[in-house]
Design a binder for this molecule. Structure first.
Ligand code: PMP
Length: 425
């Protein structure tokens, strides 16, 4: 074991898990590559958990950060902050939410916390509808709406949460139904649930579940839910922490696969926008955002250095059409991995959209989760590729989510390593 790992274990919490038998220390990166402290180079297909969105060490972001750091690092929201206003304007316009207001936080957790604060205050209800197999963060409130046992360290909660069916398409009681019937069944289930309860404040959902193993409902499910929610006055919160900024290729936001009945009332974002600088945030309709009747601030939220990074990163993303790149390269990678999966007894399903691809692993010849995902991760690392893992209580999934600037050669190289790793794992 490395000396650094021993020191890590001696001083950091046990539940702060690391990947690999011998965890690696990443010392630098460039483009889609990173290097460890021993000088090994890896193709990075996880981007620090979908956070290195454009590229490692993107010169435009580095320049914006260093120039802003040279001017002023922090002033607080008590004073006007030009980069914060500019980024808020751009996100408000991109969000698709009419008359939108934006509040910046420092993480996805805090963004979802804020969304819950807004929805519960607006609706004067502490009841939340969340999806089974969801993940929304690590705080007390966000754990209270996380329907994934591996990421739920306590069952105690300030909220009353009801878990709704529908985010996992290929398992569970409705798995055998057609898409249209699946949606009908989930809507009927939601209607039934609402008939038994008090007025809920909001439904929160990841359009494609991240931690849960890149699972999604058929397109249109949340639009169908929306119709029911509207009848009850219940708000819809889209957690776009993983699915935002064009990662899914087909859409800029994940909710746009469910757009028939309009945008969500509240949208939360984080991860990719700062390319690693800590930016999270909430976008909401003005009447929802402005419903709080007391002051509220995030001291570090909207800090000038992070906002400068976000502006430079977003500009690069849009100017280089990385959403289009995610669609094209993600399409190729998905096709290639489906071909690999078809020949591997370990693979139950290859699914995803854009550069957000899940490979669900089973024990050969069964539908049971294969707990050996770690061995495949290990083999991929040995082959020079970093990927992630995830899943729910009954699934084990490889998660593939490279920076959105991935090129064809890198996609091919990564797929070849995954193919090898599945043979070895
Ligand atoms: N929502 C989703 C969908 C996430 O994937 C995550 C992080 N994995 C969060 C919220 C929490 O974000 P953070 O870790 O920045 O607090």
């Amino acid at each position: 074991m490395s000396d650094l790992y021993n020191r890590h274990r001696a001083v950091l919490p046990e539940w702060l898990a690391t990947y690999y038998r011998e965890p690696i220390e990443i010392t630098h990166g460039e483009g889609r590559y990173v290097w460890d402290a021993d000088g090994n180079r890896y193709l990075d297909f996880f981007g620090g958990i979908l956070t290195t969105m454009t590229a490692h060490a993107l010169p435009e972001v580095t320049k914006a950060v260093s120039e802003q750091a040279g001017r002023i690092v922090h002033s607080s929201t008590l004073y006007l902050n030009r980069p914060m206003v500019e980024l808020a304007e751009r996100i408000a316009t991109l969000s698709g939410i009419p008359d939108a207001r934006v509040f910046f936080t420092t993480s996805g957790t805090e963004a979802n916390d804020t969304a819950l604060l807004l929805a519960t205050a607006y609706r004067r209800s502490s009841q939340i509808l969340a999806m089974r197999n969801s993940y929304h963060g690590r705080s007390f409130t966000s754990v209270g709406i996380t329907g994934n046992r591996s990421w739920s360290p306590t069952g105690l909660s300030p909220l009353q949460t009801l878990y709704v069916h529908g985010a996992v398409r290929s398992r569970g009681p409705y798995a055998q139904l057609s898409d249209a019937r699946f949606i009908e069944a989930c809507v009927a289930d939601l209607e039934d649930l609402l008939g038994h309860t008090h007025d809920a404040a909001a439904l929160i959902a990841e359009p494609i579940q991240g931690v849960g193993g890149f699972t999604a409902p058929p397109d249109g499910l949340y639009a169908a839910f929306r119709e029911v929610l509207d009848r009850h006055g219940i708000l819809w919160i889209a957690d776009e922490v993983q699915t935002g900024w064009g990662r899914t290729g087909d859409h800029f936001w994940g909710w746009q696969a469910h757009a028939e009945n309009g945008p969500p009332d509240i949208l939360t974002f984080a991860k990719g926008i700062g390319n690693g600088m800590s930016i999270g945030g909430v976008v909401a309709r003005a009447d929802v955002m402005n419903c709080l009747d007391a002051n509220s601030i995030s001291t570090f939220g909207g800090s000038p250095v992070t906002m400068a990074a976000g502006l430079a990163n977003l500009t690069y993303l849009l100017e280089h059409d990385l959403q289009g790149n995610a669609r094209r390269i993600g399409g190729l990678l998905l096709e290639r991995l489906r071909a690999v999966g078809a020949h591997s007894p370990l693979v139950r399903e290859v699914r995803g959209r854009g550069l957000m691809i899940g490979v669900e692993l089973v024990k050969p010849g069964t539908d049971e989760a294969n707990p050996e995902a770690a061995a495949v991760l290990e083999a991929a690392r040995e082959g020079g590729l970093l990927i992630g893992k995830g899943g729910g209580h009954d699934t084990s999934v490889l998660r593939i989510a490279p920076p959105l600037s991935l090129n064809v050669a890198e996609a091919e190289a990564g797929a070849a390593i995954i193919e090898q790793a599945l043979r070895a794992g």
